[in-house]
Structures are given as C-alpha cells and as structure tokens.
Design a protein around this ligand. Sequence first.
Ligand code: ADP
Ligand code: ADP
Length: 233
Amino acid sequence: GDVIVTDNLWKTYEMGDQQVHALRGVNLRIRHNEYVAIMGPSGSGKSTLMNLIGCLDSPSQGKYWLNGHDVSELNDDELARIRNKEIGFVFQTFNLLARATSLHNVELPLIYNGTPAAERTARAKAVLESVNLGARMMHKPNELSGGQRQRVAIARALVNHPSIILADEPTGNLDSKTGDEIMGLFDELHAKGNTIIVVTHEPDIAEFAHRIITIRDGVIAGDHASPRRQNQS
Ligand code: ADP
Ligand code: ADP
C-alpha cells in the first residue's frame, strides 16, 4: 500500500510583506518498502518537503495522507503524536543527547510514548545490537566515532518501528567511506522491509536508493529508478 500520498502540496512562507513559495504543487506517492532519495539544489524545497512529510509542519495548501490518514490539517499536538508513532528521523548532525549513553539515547522515543522501563531497555538493546553497536551501549556520543554516532541515531529512529525512516543529509558530516557504510546500513534496513527516504544533494549518495526524485524550484522535476540499481539488475 501507499505510505505517503500528497495532492497538490504548497508551502508558502511569509517574510514581512514578501511571500516565498517553497513548494508549488507537489504530487507524490511512496509505497511501503520503497527506498527513495530526494535530491535538488540548495533552496529547491527539500527541507520544506521533508518537514511536511515528517509532520514537523503543515502545508499551506493541498493534502497529505500518511498511511491513509489525512494529516494535512492536524494541530501541533496531533502532529507530534503521529510523528512519534510513524516517523523515524535521522539528521546530518546526529542530534544525540551529549550527556546520555547510546542506550539512553535510543530509549528516549520509548520514554516519550510511555513504554514500561524493562521493555524499553530490552528493545533499545536489541536495536543497538542490530546496528552492530552491542559493545557501545554505555558509551556517550563523545566516546564514539561519527559513523557510530549516526548508527546510534539510526537505532533511535528504528526503535518505535516507524512507517518511514526519514534521513536528512545523513552522510553530510561523515567522510565518504563512513558515509558509504551508513548507506549500506540503510540497504540492510530496506531489505528487512523498512521504507526509507533520504534527502541529499549528493548524487553518489542518492544512487544508493532505488528511486530518485528531483525537486527544483518547489516542484518535482524528475522521478526515476537509480542508475546504479538499473545496472545491477
Ligand atoms: P532546500 O532544503 O532544498 O535548501 P528549503 O526548503 O530550505 O530548500 O527552502 C526552499 C525555499 O524556501 C528557499 O527559497 C528558502 O529561502 C525558503 N525558506 C525555507 N524556510 C523558510 C522560512 N522558515 N522562512 C522563509 N523562507 C524560507
Ligand atoms: P491504492 O492505489 O494503494 O489502492 P489509494 O491510492 O486509493 O490506494 O489510496 C491510498 C490512501 O490514500 C488510502 O488510504 C486513501 O484513503 C487515501 N486517499 C484518500 N483520498 C485520496 C486521494 N484523493 N488521492 C490519493 N489518496 C487518497
């Protein structure tokens, strides 16, 4: 089925008496277990689209269905609830709590939704093991490499079994070898059935995905299979 369906999505920012149309009618459909990259130059609307898809913000016009639920007109509290349940975020800067262990960082989404402590710890440990960080559970971010920090962030994104992993420039702070390892981890997660959306301006990173959507001036300008994947099949 469809995880994401949008119908004529617009986002307009008011800047004093100026209006900036960051998105100008985006129609998008992403199915369960797709692996999608969203590309585009700086200022094309990638972050704005990601904020809407991730239920961090509401569209100015148009409709958005997430797993069949119309989320285009929810208030902030309703958006927060659906976001915690449906979306696993991964950021360029990892966004980990500096004073907390890997284990605690991964437990945070479960604390937020009231999961009992014993279950919380068991689930966080299991997901850290699944990203090969079983030996780093009690380490804090400053005791980890960049790639390890991003794997903690990915574990945190996965722990609630979200409908979508939404990754914004996930390799932007990593050297290219470590970045490729992180994209390899997304490959594994995709093979296990996850739906993955990676926002990036780097073509080499986008090619890890199976489908590449290009956005330009707030509209979708391209949507095709990754050349790398076509060559493989
Ligand atoms: P990208 O992520 O591709 O760089 P953005 O979505 O950040 O693009 O920005 C798209 C357009 O919207 C740009 O012209 C940007 O300046 C504008 N924009 C983004 N966020 C805001 C905001 N909060 N207020 C006003 N304009 C914004
Ligand atoms: P599929 O093509 O996968 O059988 P649809 O595209 O008909 O399913 O619907 C996907 C989901 O989006 C459904 O849960 C449906 O409720 C919701 N939806 C409702 N109205 C629309 C619309 N106008 N366009 C797309 N999706 C819609």
